[in-house]
Ligand binder design. Sequence first.
Ligand code: ZN
Length: 478
Amino acid sequence: MKKQQGKAKGGSKKSEIFLTIFLTITIFASITCSAIFALKPEFDTLGFLLSRFVDYGSEYQADYGRVCYGTIFGCEKITPEYDDVAVDTKTLGQQDIIFSFKHNDESIELKQTVFVVDKTAPMITVEKEEATICPGGKIANFGLKVEDDYDGELTEKATINYHEEDQKVIISVLDSNENSATYILPAKSGDTEPPVITLNGEEHVSIYQNNWYGDAGATVVDNCDEVELVTTGSVNTNAVGTYEITYSATDNSGNAASVKRTVEVKQPQRASGTIYLTFDDGPGQYTARLLDILKKYNVKATFFVTGKGDDSLILREYNEGHTVALHTFSHDYGYVYQSEKNYFDDLYRIQDRVKRITGVAPTLIRFPGGSSNTISANYDGGQRIMSKLVKSVQEKGFTYFDWNISSGDAGGATTSDAVFNNVVRSLKNGGSSVVLQHDIKGFSVDAVERIIQYALNRGYTFAPLTASSFAAHHGVNN
Ligand code: ZN
């Protein structure tokens, strides 16, 4: 970065001359008057500065010259009691300020006129050592910046002229107070600078086999020409290996540049374990779509159904090899958790429904809210109904299931991405994953295909729940 401060012109010269004349008169008058009023003691104000120039934006320092009290035989210097001597140096123009001087009971106020003037020239900086004159005459960008203390950025106001005879570029600029600055930059004809290519995204990218790869591309700029970026190479996401993508560009003068990106396609991390996808609260309007996805991957899941939805969906679940299990008919906390009788009335009602549709009466169940729910305490009159139910359901031949991975689709997660992330980051490598989702939530159903692909790629297997499966019990809190 080169810097060059322009020479100041305008107001400053005038002010110096004015000041010199003023001081000369002051000194001359001082001598004459002192002689006349020599004998009576009084303020001698002839040394007081009636006016001054102050630089725009500078730190103001009071300066009043000299005032004394006395006679020709002796005059005591008086310092002012600063009354009103603040000067706003960020405002150009004239400002009057008052100094007051005191001697015993006598006092005097003197007015000084301060002129705030801008005599600082703009600052020109350039980034390049020399300017390039492109074929065709355009002056290539050389990183010009012009800043002025008063006007701020003045880069756009600069005049740039190429002087071919002495191979120079002359930059000149004038600020709004007539201060000028000039900068002379050596210049050469002909473009020897290649285009500059900048990668979007990382230089080294790694992905797992079979995952999607989207190239982020690159951007190109050239000092003289509009150039085109050419991209070569591709990534085969199905095959493990390291791939190169090359971005290149050539300008009109034949200067070429190229930048590479490497993309590593890695073997997926291997995992093992069984995933039990479970869907509560259906069937509903997204259940058919979910069944299609499960069928596509031959994945079997478990549905904890309610009294809602079409019979045909429950039949399809059953016929396609999924486990149809029970969640209660009404899913009404206030009813089912009021008493054991209510709970079982409701549970048998949904069991009857499923038996009517499929011919089989399921015995796998899931409590609304899970066995650990505390919401039941709001309705059970203090009888700790969950503690009773976990015993009595088993006595009646039911097997209850909770979950050890929550997709969050009933609360915190509201997008398919969030559901996907919640599930895949919690998968139990080497163990059993019982995943809670709801097939009455479209965004949750939308995450299922990605969850299946992710898990199959890593070596997990899927299974429907059976009476002997891992039950993922939570522990009872009411
Ligand atoms: Zn539920």
